[in-house]
Design a protein around this ligand. Structure first.
Ligand code: ADP
Length: 493
């Protein structure tokens, strides 16, 4: 292998020799530059790396070895052939020491020149090839380093804990989340035994994996870390298998599922409470029915009027409880059908207040209402109706005889504020705290005879939240309460 079309610099002060060499080399398709002085030779020769330098040792203005020295200083791998009429062992030794590749003694035949140039260019080819391979390797190494640091960054920023263990059960890779999730308080080093690092309740999973008991399948396990903190982690351990099916190690991904577990717990508490709320009225109805079956109060139906009326009330209450439960579950599942359209809240509120007139009269309540007209927002009519109905019926239910209800609605800076105040039994501060919780009902002598499900305000809050609104409550025990619903509107006429 050799360079075919080489760039060659000839430095010689003898024009005949300079041009002669140039012509001979050009016949071979090489591109030849010439310099007639040492200074010119240094300037050309160090501005660009030629494939080959042919340097005369005896130049008029300077010593040829200086040209060689400067070129080699600039390009240590440059191939320099010394052309000299004073060939001697001394010059050969001296120039070789300075890095010359070879020398050729004047006079020489074209064949001698071609032969030497051929060898020199062969050498040049190997130098360039070695340089190319070196650069390629460096580039690859850079790429690998870059790729490695990219993967590192990704692994370090993943929100799940990750640990990779080799066949010798040594930790080879982990991320900060792994350390944090397991609250590992010692420094981990590559090569640490996994069993020295992991909490004991995770050992079994790794043992099984390494004992091959899993038939090389993933193992999922829920683990509670530090019992009092109730940190629940889902650990997913998978074998790392190579293309020939051998297990190289194990990778474990750890995810904090504490919040999900908490939700699970709340869900079962909810089911528990719902079952309890459903059971109580059913037991009461069963009691009444048994009185009737056993004819305990006599033979005529009239003797059971009170029990039948109470049964009907309890059944009505059960139906509304079941409806509320269905509503909550539909809202949570997002399966509720909504018809969003511009709703005139002023009209809707006025009609809802009117609907409750008879109930207010029954309790001798006075009404003071001030509703600004044309309060329009995009909403589902039934949902907003439900919010108003719930607040007004509560203001009636939890009011005192001869009390007062004040209804106010107005625009307020891009929002609609609806306020319903009563002069009723009010709430104690600790009752107020739980107001929007499922099944919460204040239990005191004043509420004993008031029926309800304890789900109305839960539903109301969910509705208001779904419109990005909010609800505020002010209340004083035995004096009254004010509920304010604030709904954002993008369409105020
Ligand atoms: P329900 O009225 O069916 O019990 P809600 O969810 O509407 O259910 O109300 C939950 C509880 O909040 C009520 O049981 C009552 O104790 C309290 N509450 C609601 N509205 C008022 C009010 N206007 N005044 C006093 N207490 C109220």
């Amino acid at each position: 292998m050799r360079i075919d079309k080489a760039k060659i610099l000839v430095v010689d002060d003898e024009m005949g020799m300079r041009e002669g060499i140039k012509r001979l080399l050009e016949i071979e398709n090489h591109q030849v530059d010439t310099a007639e002085t040492g200074a010119q030779g240094i300037s050309l020769g160090t501005a660009f790396e030629y494939d080959l330098y042919l340097l005369d040792l005896k130049i008029g203005d300077c010593d040829g070895t200086e040209v060689l020295r400067q070129i080699k200083a600039r390009y240590p791998e440059a191939i320099c052939v010394i052309v000299t009429a004073y060939a001697s062992i001394d010059t050969a030794v001296e120039t070789t020491r300075l890095g010359a590749y070879h020398y050729i003694a004047k006079p020489f035949s074209p064949e001698e020149l071609y032969h030497l140039v051929g060898r020199a260019l062969e050498r040049r080819w190997y130098i360039l090839e070695a340089r190319r391979l070196r650069e390629e390797q460096e580039r690859r190494l850079m790429e690998v380093a870059h790729e490695k640091s990219r993967i590192r960054t990704i692994i370090n920023t993943i929100d799940d804990g990750i640990v990779v263990v080799n066949q010798e059960k040594q930790i080879v890779l982990w991320n900060p989340r792994f350390v944090k999730l397991l609250e590992i308080d010692r420094k981990i080093n590559v090569g640490d035994l996994v069993f020295d690092i992991l909490p004991e309740n995770l050992h079994e999973q790794f043992n099984q994996m390494f004992a091959g008991q899993t038939e090389l399948k993933a193992i999922k396990q829920e683990v509670v870390i530090h019992a009092p903190a109730k940190l629940v982690i889902m650990v997913n351990t998978t074998p790392i298998i190579n293309t020939s099916g051998e297990m190289l190690g194990v990778v474990s991904v750890l995810r904090d599922i504490s919040e999900l577990k908490q939700l699970d717990l709340l869900k079962s508490q909810f089911i528990n409470m719902a079952a309890h709320e459903l059971k109580a009225p059913l037991s009461a109805i069963k009691g009444y029915v048994e009185l009737l079956i056993d004819r305990t109060l006599g033979e005529t139906l009239e003797s059971y009027k009170q029990q039948l009326d109470r049964s009907r009330e309890r059944i009505d209450a059960l139906v509304s409880l079941i409806n509320d439960l269905l509503n909550i579950s539909r809202m949570e599942a997002g399966t509720i059908r909504r018809d969003i359209e511009p709703i005139d809240l002023s009209n809707l509120l006025t009609h809802t207040v009117e609907f409750f007139h008879t109930d207010m009269d029954k309790r001798s309540l006075t009404l003071d209402s001030s509703i600004e007209p044309n309060l329009v927002m995009d909403a589902d009519r039934e949902e907003i109706q439900r919010v108003f109905t719930n607040l007004i019926s509560n203001a009636i239910k939890y009011n005192k005889e001869n009390g007062k209800i004040t209804v106010n609605a107005q625009r307020d800076n891009g929002y609609i504020r609806v306020q319903i105040a009563d002069t009723g039994i009010g709430l104690k501060p600790e009752e107020k705290e739980h107001l929007f919780e499922e099944f919460f009902r204040a239990k005191n002598p004043l509420t004993r005879n008031i029926t309800g499900t304890g789900l109305g305000l839960t539903i109301l809050k969910k509705i208001v939240d779904s419109y990005a609104g909010r609800i505020e409550v002010e209340s004083e025990f035995e004096s009254g309460s004010t509920f304010t619903v604030i709904l954002p509107t993008n369409q105020i006429n």
